[in-house]
Design a protein around this ligand. Structure first.
Ligand SMILES: *[C@@H]1O[C@H](CO)[C@@H](O)[C@H](O)[C@H]1NC(C)=O
Ligand SMILES: *[C@@H]1O[C@H](CO)[C@@H](O)[C@H](O)[C@H]1NC(C)=O
Ligand SMILES: *[C@@H]1O[C@H](CO)[C@@H](O)[C@H](O)[C@H]1NC(C)=O
Ligand SMILES: *[C@@H]1O[C@H](CO)[C@@H](O)[C@H](O)[C@H]1NC(C)=O
Ligand SMILES: *[C@@H]1O[C@H](CO)[C@@H](O)[C@H](O)[C@H]1NC(C)=O
Length: 614
């Protein structure tokens, strides 16, 4: 069993929230994220197109799956322990602090020049991170943890993660659909999904729509608000208490995903009521201050065939949307964007969804006619939000995501992330997102609470404190329509000429012959199973390896360095449990002033949005 050796001093602070210390820790981490972002932005400008850097990139990268890492070490500590190693004992996995590892999102060509460029320029982050971690040692000591994983996901789907670790699941990680990436690039937002479940949606359309809608839900996090309207001839709102937006916690996301999975295609199509209901949810939430005071979007997925009720014309629907978009954005003092998606392979039915998007300043239409287009089409909504996080006044923005269990061990952690841009372009060109992991216990320790929900609420408060502004010229928006949905998605062909369109995606640097044809340094671990290549079991690697048994872990919590065989502190999970125990003893269990808007599940969440390695 556990021993309780923390000093009394610590317990006192466990009972009263120390928001000052919490803010201090959070600010420090945010500062590190911004500095990391600034560095990656300079690296992009300096190294991406540099010929030497491209040449030297040939066979110079360790991938997260097949590579035998050059300098594996076997650090002790809960955050390095891997459940499937050590036959039930806490046992560490190899980590290489001299290099990062990279991966490429499924469906992305490894030969794509933009992917190669991202992999090649980002490898220079290793040296910088090593130096930065060394420099910031005192800061990390103060927070009570060792430097954490830092990673970069490019808008093109390349991903680089430091320190180097083998990933458990190979080839399936797409950074661009992870909450840390989406939250980091789009900011806090209110989302209402409007889903057509009428009879004509039967079959392939329905499964496409379900997949797409679930994708959207899964990218949301605690600083977002979300609800769904499903409709056939009547519309049904799936929202908190049936009427206002949910906080996008694990728990409410599960409710929404279940509702989506349960949809069955039948009945007529009443688009008018569906959209009216969607605006009601936004309007009521704004009235009750349950919406975030940030950008909002309605995501309308339909096959476009309107059949009900009689007497309602497409013009009526357009009028409704125009009127209510105006009302809602005026009341929230932030734009409400309208995204419509035609989930149909048929041509003739796209008129209304497109018309709805084009009749509004912040409207975007695209089609989802094949499942390989889902991610691309849906990313349009946050890519647009991302655009304005690049403006100077939004430069401080850092997002936090709901904590989740790192898949390698038992550590509950969160990620702080920020978007990066090519700021030499106007408007700034979105390049990707950087993130830094933080064990949640460190934040709870700072806040002095055992209550995970409270700490989450504090983080969400921080994230919403910065609401990015959205300012786009008509033609900038039309450029994005074209980039995201193709030329057919443009609304303003008559107004914006080719010259008025702006760059929305980086252009390739040089001719393709200059690119490395092989990124991989080696495939030395290709034949090994995950456990074979990652576990430092003591009888296999007796010099460096150590299985961290439960006894060792218990010792570790006495002092942050004592049990840390490789000079590394034991993760905060144990300390957290002490706090829970002590606070239960000292505070009599319950705290009285529970904020009423927490819908957060106190259970740790699954690692569905975590970098592949951890
Ligand atoms: C929006 O909400 C306000 C109150 O918060 C209400 O007065 C108004 O009628 C609502 N708008 C619509 C169209 O329901
Ligand atoms: C629909 O449009 C027609 C013609 O413009 C109008 O007479 C009718 O009142 C509208 N119906 C609704 C519900 O707005
Ligand atoms: C809403 O409509 C009014 C009147 O037509 C207009 O003056 C105002 O600019 C519109 N507001 C927004 C946010 O579109
Ligand atoms: C661990 O042992 C296995 C089989 O005995 C071997 O293939 C593997 O290379 C060893 N792992 C390391 C990192 O030494
Ligand atoms: C969310 O929490 C539930 C428990 O309510 C858990 O079963 C589930 O695995 C979690 N889901 C995700 C996606 O994190």
């Amino acid at each position: 069993m556990m021993r309780f050796t923390l000093p009394f001093l610590f317990t006192a602070s466990a009972c009263a929230l120390n928001t000052a210390l919490f803010d201090d820790v959070v600010s420090k981490v945010e500062e590190m994220v911004r500095e990391y972002r600034d560095f990656m932005e300079s690296l992009y400008l300096e190294k991406r197109c540099d010929e030497t850097s491209l040449t030297e990139c040939q066979a110079a990268n360790y991938d997260d799956c097949f590579a035998a890492l050059p300098n594996p070490t076997c650090p002790a500590g809960a955050e390095y322990s891997i459940p499937s190693c050590g036959g039930g004992e806490e046992c560490s996995g190899f980590v290489d602090f001299t290099t990062s590892v990279y991966s490429i999102a499924p469906g992305t060509e490894e030969s794509d020049p933009l992917v190669i460029e991202s992999v090649c320029f980002s490898r220079f982050m290793d040296e910088w991170l090593i130096q930065r971690n060394e420099r910031d040692k005192a800061v990390w000591d103060e927070i009570g943890i060792k430097p954490q994983a830092s990673f970069f996901g490019s808008a093109t789907g390349a991903f680089r993660y430091y320190p180097g670790r083998r990933s458990k699941s190979c080839g399936i990680y797409d950074p661009t659909i992870r909450p840390w990436f989406v939250a980091g690039s789009s900011g806090p937002k209110n989302i209402v999904l409007v889903l057509d479940k009428s009879g004509s949606m039967q079959g392939a359309r329905m499964s496409l729509m379900k997949e797409a809608a679930i994708r959207v839900i899964e990218t949301l996090t605690i600083s977002d608000r979300v609800a769904i309207v499903v409709f056939d001839e009547t519309a049904k709102i799936i929202a908190d208490e049936g009427k206002h937006l949910y906080q996008a916690s694990n728990e409410s996301k599960a409710i929404l995903v279940e509702a989506i999975n349960n949809m069955e295609a039948k009945g007529a199509t009443n688009i008018y009521d569906a959209l009216d209901n969607a605006f009601d949810v936004l309007n009521i939430s704004i009235g009750e201050e349950l919406a975030v005071p940030c950008n909002s979007a309605i995501l309308f997925l339909t096959d476009g065939e309107m059949t009900h009720p009689e007497g309602i014309t497409p013009e009526n629907v357009t009028d409704l949307v125009t009127r209510r978009l105006n009302e809602t954005s005026t009341r929230n003092q932030k734009p409400v964007m309208f995204f419509s998606y035609s989930v149909s392979e048929a041509e003739k039915v796209h008129a209304l969804p497109k018309e709805l998007a084009c009749s509004h300043e912040y409207g975007v239409w695209s089609r989802i006619d094949r499942d390989d287009k889902i991610v691309e089409a849906l990313s349009s909504y946050y890519r647009l939000f991302a655009l304005n996080l690049g403006l100077e006044e939004n430069g401080d923005f850092v997002a936090w995501v709901e904590p989740y269990i790192y898949s390698t061990g038992d550590t509950l952690g969160t990620t702080a992330s920020a978007p990066l841009y090519d700021r030499t372009k106007s408007p700034p060109l979105f390049l990707g997102v950087v993130g830094i992991d933080i064990p949640f216990a460190a934040l709870q320790r700072a806040l002095g609470t055992d209550d995970i929900a409270k700490a989450i609420e504090e983080l969400a408060r921080r994230s919403v404190a910065v609401c990015p502004t959205l300012e786009l010229t008509q033609c900038e928006l039309d450029s994005y329509r074209a980039a995201l949905g193709g030329e057919e998605s443009r609304c303003l062909q008559d107004i914006c000429s080719a010259d008025d369109l702006v760059e929305t995606i980086a252009t390739q640097c040089t001719d393709s012959s200059k690119y490395p044809d092989n990124l991989l340094a080696n495939e030395g671990a290709k034949e090994l199973t995950f456990e074979e290549s990652v576990c430092c079991v003591s009888d296999n690697a007796s010099d460096t390896g150590v299985c961290v048994g439960s006894d060792l872990l218990d010792d570790g919590k006495d002092g942050l360095s004592k049990g840390a065989i490789a000079g590394i502190a034991v993760g905060g999970a144990v300390g957290l449990m002490c706090l829970v125990f002590l606070c239960l003893q000292m505070c009599g269990g319950k705290s009285k002033d529970e904020p009423k808007t927490i819908y957060v599940n106190p259970q740790p969440t699954a690692p569905h949005h975590h970098p592949p390695t951890a």
